[in-house]
Design a protein around this ligand. Structure first.
Ligand code: FAD
Length: 286
């Protein structure tokens, strides 16, 4: 099933994200998580791709298991440092695993090192390659608070349009913690004539460690209210998890109330998070 059809539908569409485990022995555990989430119900699951294809076999195993559970999989693919042959090989593996949806990404710059050479400079180049390789529905990313490398948000939006020009079917946003930032961004996309579905990405903050990593990895600012919550419950992991879930549920509820009915949840391989969110919103998402 092509995800664009879910996103263009009238129903609320809630998706979640998994990452392939680093250790081979943990793959079984990750496959069990896929089954647990599929049983509880979700509209699609996305699977991240290790920078430079480090865990490609495990990503393929996970997307294959998701498809076997009759849930659409969105397979991430990064192109930084990759050549055409390796990208086409991965696309063939995805195809063989039953995947019809790919999220095209450039991937992060390696820290403290120059960008590795490869056949693709930007995600837009990868979108073109995927579209020419098969009948895939292709997603791309966008950044409501601007990509950290872009000089201005306007320039970043112009660059996002290049991806769309190559045939990108929908966009998924970087995480944000204040909905008005997303609403402002949507107005700007509209002003640029962008009308593909844009899926807001919501990250429930459930551990203190996550808070430290978020700004470093994504550059997304944390609002004062979330910072206060994190400080208040810093020594009580159970309370912090509950508070983080409640915050994310509040954001999701507000998005749905404003007619943004496609939501992607960064769940960090924790089935209880997506299950808890769906349970808390059971009447709303019916
Ligand atoms: P691009 O779209 O190439 O953009 C990168 C920069 O280049 C931006 O500043 C943009 O404005 C500019 N730019 C884009 N196109 C052009 C162009 N044609 N000409 C000139 N400038 C241009 N990383 C992983 O390693 N694995 C994952 O699975 C993964 N999943 C992610 C999922 C989501 C939803 C998000 C938001 C990010 C994910 N990332 C992942 C991180 C992502 O790879 C990084 O954010 C990376 O820095 C940029 O990737 P991109 O695809 O947005 O790149």
């Amino acid at each position: 099933m092509k995800i664009i059809n879910l996103l263009r539908g009238k129903k609320v569409c809630i998706s979640c994200e998994l990452f392939p485990p680093k250790e081979g022995s943990q793959l079984e555990n990750a496959l069990e998580i896929v089954h647990k989430i599929a049983q509880d119900g979700v509209d699609y699951m996305s699977v991240t791709y290790g920078a430079g294809g480090t865990a490609v076999g495990k990503s393929v195993a996970l997307v294959g298991e998701i498809e076997k559970c009759k849930v659409p999989a969105l397979a991430h693919l990064t192109c930084v440092g990759a050549d055409k042959v390796s990208i086409d090989t991965t696309l063939d593996q995805y195809k063989a695993a039953g995947v019809t949806n790919v999220l095209a990404l450039r991937g992060d710059k390696p820290q403290g090192r120059p960008m590795p050479e490869g056949d693709f400079k930007h995600a837009s180049d990868l979108v073109r390659e995927i579209k020419s390789h098969g009948d895939f529905c292709v997603g791309g990313t966008c950044y409501p608070q601007g990509h950290p490398e872009a000089a201005t948000l306007e320039q970043d939006i112009e660059n996002t349009k290049i991806k769309l020009g190559e045939g990108c079917d929908f966009l998924v946003t970087q995480m944000f913690f204040e909905n008005p930032a997303f609403y402002n961004y949507m107005y700007r996309l509209m002003a640029h004539g962008i009308n593909v579905p844009v899926v807001p990405g919501i990250m429930p903050i459930t551990t203190a460690k996550q808070i430290e990593r978020i700004f470093t990895l994504s550059g997304t600012p944390l609002p004062a209210s979330l910072r206060a919550m994190a400080e208040k419950f810093a020594d009580r992991p159970g309370a912090l998890k509950q508070a983080g879930m409640a915050y994310a549920i509040g954001q999701i509820m507000d998005l749905i109330a404003n007619d943004f009915t496609n939501i992607h949840v960064y769940t960090m391989n924790k089935p209880e998070i997506i299950g808890g969110i769906r349970k808390a919103l059971s009447e709303i998402i019916k």
